[in-house]
Ligand binder design. Structure first.
Ligand SMILES: [Zn+2]
Length: 247
């Protein structure tokens, strides 16, 4: 393949611009803010689950408390009724009296047990409420942190996007000047060689694979026409002669 030495030199500029675009793309995808936002999002999802289960637990406890309080009321009503019967002197037989007094004593113990249960439930509700408030407060903090990190990410993306836009424009201009067949070869070499399609020959070394060319190959290059498009014998990339080639 033939191409003017200017067209060949432009390939190096094209390769630089492609390398810059790749670097910018890596930076864009590797911004630490992506991982940070991901972590915040995961923590927020955990907290949402925690809140949902705490709210379910609170509902449960509310129902348990209402039930226990209802039980306390029932026992209290029975105690009151028994006391009234006692106070009214309605029970005269010593056996009935004893039965009634023992029932009052047992109901009173029952009432005290049920009141313990109510207190225990209330404590558990307080604990759940404390945990719920903590989780809700952390979600508020996360929401604020996400806003800050998102703004930082967007600013970084904007800057990188601007740089990439400039490099893309420049690349289009350079590529527009290249002959189609040379550009096509460059594109194929890029696909085959990890994004680097053309490399400079610098002090007898291919800058693409970093191997020094042997004397035979260097002599062949010296003898080649300047318009001849050369390839590195090692990596097959387009090898561009420059003033620093050491020929
Ligand atoms: Zn090479």
């Amino acid at each position: 393949m033939k191409a003017s030495s200017e067209a060949q030199l432009r390939l190096l500029e094209l390769a630089d611009l492609d390398a810059e675009l790749t670097r910018l793309d890596h930076r864009r995808r590797g911004l630490p803010e992506h991982a940070e936002l991901e972590r915040l999002e995961q923590r927020d999802a955990q907290l949402r689950d925690t809140l949902a289960s705490l709210e379910a637990e609170q509902g449960d406890l509310r129902r348990q408390q209402a039930k226990a309080e209802g039980d306390v009321d029932q026992v209290r009503v029975r105690i009151d009724r028994d006391r009234k019967r006692l106070d009214a002197g309605q029970v005269s037989s010593p056996r009935d009296l004893e039965t009634l007094q023992s029932e009052i004593a047992s109901l009173t113990r029952r009432q005290s047990d049920l009141e313990e249960i109510v207190l225990d439930i209330m404590e558990r509700r307080e604990g759940a409420e404390g945990r719920r408030e903590e989780a809700a407060a952390e979600r508020t903090e996360i929401s604020a942190a996400r806003e800050v990190v998102t703004a930082r990410r967007d600013a970084a993306l904007g800057e990188l996007g601007e740089q990439a836009g400039k490099a893309s424009d420049r690349r289009a201009a350079v590529a527009g000047e290249e002959p189609a067949d040379l550009l096509d070869l460059y594109r194929r070499m890029r696909e085959q060689h990890g994004g680097v399609g053309a490399a400079a020959l610098r002090r007898g070394r291919c800058e693409g694979c970093h191997l020094s060319l042997n004397t035979v190959d260097l002599n062949a290059i010296r003898a080649a026409d300047p318009d001849e498009v050369l390839r590195c014998e090692e990596c097959r990339r387009i090898l561009v002669r420059t003033a620093e080639s050491g020929l």
